[in-house]
Design a protein around this ligand. Structure first.
Ligand code: NAG
Ligand code: NAG
Ligand code: NAG
Ligand code: NAG
Ligand code: NAG
Ligand code: NAG
Ligand code: NAG
Ligand code: NAG
Length: 730
């Protein structure tokens, strides 16, 4: 009796709460739920009043006798509330040989679902490139991923997609915009009779099965009205579960009993709890699953009994469960079940209250341990034991959460292709930056511990110091020293940054070059940064440069045969040779560093989407200007004067060498650093740069280094073509 009394206030409170919101969240019975054969469950709706908000309003249209479900102008073929997914049909990009004009023609397709509840599901789709001579890319905002597909060495096989006629790579998380486009250097103009077209698109894994007929005919494009399925993930709102629960302005959508909230790449969404099924967005939408009706999914060889949220499976009296079947129990006495049952009951009653929380905590502990192992935590610990004295700490999840105020949005100080960076304060008022990686796949997870160990041992004044990491979470987190004064990108391109002296610019360039040289030649094994850009060079109070963000870094591969079919990087900085060969080398960093030098010289952004075609890429504009002897026109007026032009030309020449099309022709980072060191010394002795001869002698060893740099054999036309390839997608 006491029990039910205790329960009463809670029940009443629930009822009141439910009653108040009922009308708002329940959809009217007059709402249509079918569009042709497609079921459209709440929170989606075919009328504005029937959807949870306007983002979930879909259109059911009938034209030429076919009924279609449309979201905006995209065709929707299925929506699912069980896993918060939706299936769209979208166009793919193609490049075909046209007999009439005897040239290749490109059709670049793009999708933009910015501002909708959807994101492209990173787990269910891949960038898919088809063709016998194709290098195609997917660009998403400032992210590029490429894939090579050829038919030369290995012949294409039905059902196999590993570079022969077909190539697939993972896409980043959180993509809301992308376009597919082709590198014009790879095309089928020579083999068009047998292989007319190349294709690139983001295609659902479940819907794609490679067939060799896709290469020698246009059947792949011609079927399904030229559209291919893509799986989207959706969310009610952009915020996380924690934020949604306390948000007073918009009602929380997970209204059903026995439902819970999950945070996905799109935001927050709802699910029925384990053992329940139905629609968590509707009151009482989640109902108990009767497991006993489905003996395949929930096998039970004995007596099955459904319970709320679960089921029990027991044997008739006189039989015992052996494995999963009930067998006659020879030693059974009538006492055993009775005594067993009563003891069981007592134990059950006593423990029922705390069982859940203990079980939860145990599960949590087990999961943490699992992640810790997965991320190489043990390896790390063993190594640390043998190398005493590294000031590197393994943080617990609680410590990191506390430091960052539970990863509050206000604490975010940066976004990258690989994750978010939060500002945090550890106990004892130590300011730190915490990076939470987002795109760690299984392969990377295994390498994580080892890579962390190497980074933790790097101690260079111009590289952001890694203080520690947290390994007991699903995605590992890194804790860095906090650098207070923002990025070089901000300094150069920020709206309220003032004059930056030439002295400061050369110093930042020199220090960054030293840091990269250290990674390339002093770290063991060598490290290639992989994403050098001004946004990854941080500055502290006195403009000391600190290179950061090793999310894209690789350890120089020990196994030469390793072949990557994945290219990624930031537009404007990406080494064109890397884009073509798919091999990331230290010279790729040199190229990107060359672009940073250009930014310092010109104070222009490396990639300008809005500019006219030929002015989009800073490196192209620069190389063109160099060729036409018009360097002066693009230099930043703030640093340029009659006296130092020669000096600036020296830096520009260094940048030009870094931007050489062929990696082997670029200087090494060591040579770049030495040259900049020499130039910096010149600046500190202002009398020097009046006399070019003296300048040469002052440069000393770095001018002898010059002889090791091949000066002007580059073929600019190739550079240009690649850059055109980058832009033809617009
Ligand atoms: C539905 O279709 C009508 C007419 O085609 C259009 O005016 C309306 O904007 C569409 N609504 C949505 C949500 O796509
Ligand atoms: C995508 O659409 C949004 C809004 O509809 C727009 O602001 C944005 O510029 C678009 N992005 C691109 C790359 O076109
Ligand atoms: C692949 O399958 C298609 C039919 O789907 C068939 O026409 C073709 O001959 C097959 N190719 C090979 C190499 O087996
Ligand atoms: C792909 O198609 C081939 C026949 O072309 C078939 O043998 C194979 O089972 C299919 N694979 C999948 C995953 O559907
Ligand atoms: C296509 O490839 C051929 C060499 O295979 C090359 O000569 C040509 O310039 C490329 N571009 C176009 C647009 O045809
Ligand atoms: C394409 O190649 C497949 C085998 O690889 C063959 O069965 C098919 O007939 C070819 N189709 C055309 C149009 O040549
Ligand atoms: C650097 O940041 C600190 C703390 O935010 C600030 O006090 C200082 O003025 C900044 N220095 C420069 C040069 O911006
Ligand atoms: C540079 O490219 C042009 C074609 O654009 C070619 O004719 C020339 O031979 C190339 N030069 C070198 C040195 O590769």
């Amino acid at each position: 009796m006491e029990f039910s009394l205790l329960c009463l206030p809670v029940a009443v409170w629930l009822l009141v709460l439910a009653g108040a919101d009922f009308a708002a969240a329940q959809r009217s019975p007059s709402c249509k739920t079918m569009c042709g054969d497609i079921e459209v469950p709440y929170p989606f709706g075919l009328e504005k009043e029937c959807a949870i908000h306007s983002g979930f309003h879909l259109n059911c249209t009938t034209a030429d006798g076919t009924t279609k479900l449309l979201g905006g102008n995209v065709e929707v073929t299925k929506v699912s509330v069980q896993d918060n997914k939706a299936w769209f049909n979208t166009y793919i990009s193609r490049q075909c040989y046209s007999q009439s004009i005897k040239r290749m023609t490109d059709w670049n397709a793009w999708i933009n679902i910015t501002g909708t509840p959807f994101v492209v599901s990173a787990d269910d789709n891949k960038v898919t490139v088809l063709g016998c001579n194709s290098l195609a890319y997917m660009r998403s905002n400032d992210y590029i991923i490429g894939c090579v597909s050829t038919c030369g060495e290995t012949s294409p096989k039905n059902g196999s997609c590993s570079g022969a006629g077909c190539c697939r790579v993972d896409i980043p998380r959180g993509v809301r915009y992308y376009e597919g486009f082709f590198n014009p250097l790879y095309n089928t103009s020579e083999i068009w009779r047998t292989n007319p077209c190349n294709y690139v698109g983001v295609i659902a894994n479940e819907a794609f099965n490679f067939s060799t007929t896709y290469l020698n005919s246009t059947v792949f494009y011609d079927t399904d009205g030229a559209k291919k399925p893509i799986v989207m993930e959706w969310a009610i709102a952009r915020n996380t579960c924690e934020e949604a629960k306390i948000d007073k302005n918009t009602p929380y959508a997970c209204v059903s009993d026995h439902s819970n909230c999950i945070t996905n790449d799109a935001g927050y969404a709802c699910r029925c709890s384990d053992g329940y099924e139905g629609n968590p967005y509707i009151y009482d939408g989640c109902t108990d699953i009767d497991e006993c009706l489905d003996n395949v999914k929930y096998p039970c060889a004995g007596i099955c009994k459904n319970t709320p949220g679960s089921f029990t499976c027991s044997c008739p009296r006189g039989k015992r469960m052996i494995g999963s079947v009930c067998l006659k129990d020879q030693k059974s006495t009538w006492m055993a079940p009775v005594v067993g049952a009563s003891i069981g009951l007592v134990v059950l009653v006593v423990s029922v209250a705390c069982a859940c929380s203990i079980q939860d905590r145990r599960n949590l502990h087990r999961i943490k341990q699992k992640y810790f192992r997965q991320h190489g935590g043990l390896l790390l610990f063993q190594e640390m034991k043998s190398q005493q004295g590294i000031p590197f700490k393994i943080f617990s999840e609680e410590e990191v959460q506390e430091a960052t105020n539970r990863f509050a949005e206000q604490q975010v100080i940066g976004h990258g292709g690989h994750g978010k960076v939060y500002k945090g304060v550890l106990k004892g008022d130590v300011e730190v930056a915490v990076k939470r990686c987002m795109t760690i796949d299984e392969q990377q997870k295994k390498e994580f511990g080892k890579e962390m160990l190497i980074l933790s041992q790097i101690n260079h004044r111009n590289i952001v110091k890694l203080l520690g990491c947290c390994l007991e979470v699903e995605v590992p987190m890194l804790v860095y020293e906090f650098i207070p004064n923002g990025t070089l990108f901000h300094l150069i391109h920020g709206s309220h940054s003032g004059h930056i002296s030439l002295d400061t610019r050369v110093r930042i360039a020199h220090e960054s070059a030293e840091a990269l040289d250290y990674l390339h030649s002093s770290a063991s094994p060598p490290i290639v940064h992989g994403d050098v850009k001004s946004a990854n060079i941080l500055l502290n109070g006195d403009f000391t440069a600190k290179v950061s963000d090793f999310g894209a870094s690789i350890l120089a591969p020990s196994d030469e045969s390793q072949f990557v079919t994945l290219v990624q990087g930031t537009c404007g900085y990406l080494d064109p040779e890397y884009m073509q060969t798919c091999q990331l080398t230290d010279k790729s960093d040199v190229y990107s560093f060359g672009v940073v030098l250009l930014e310092l010289l010109t104070r222009k952004k490396p990639f300008n989407l809005k500019g006219p075609e030929h002015e989009k890429s800073l490196s192209m504009v620069f190389l063109e200007a160099m060729k036409e002897n018009k360097l002066e026109d693009i230099l930043d007026g703030e640093i340029k004067n009659d006296e130092n032009l020669e000096f600036l030309e020296e830096i520009a020449e260094l940048a030009r060498q870094c931007l050489e099309m062929c990696g082997v022709n670029r200087p090494s980072m060591k040579e770049v650093a030495e040259k900049l060191d020499g130039l910096r010394k010149v600046l500190q002795h202002p009398w020097a740069h009046k006399d070019p001869e003296e300048l040469d002698s002052l440069l000393g060893e770095s001018s002898s280094v010059n002889s090791g740099i091949i000066l002007s054999t580059g073929n600019f036309s190739i550079t240009k073509k690649v850059a055109v390839g980058l832009e033809s997608g617009r």
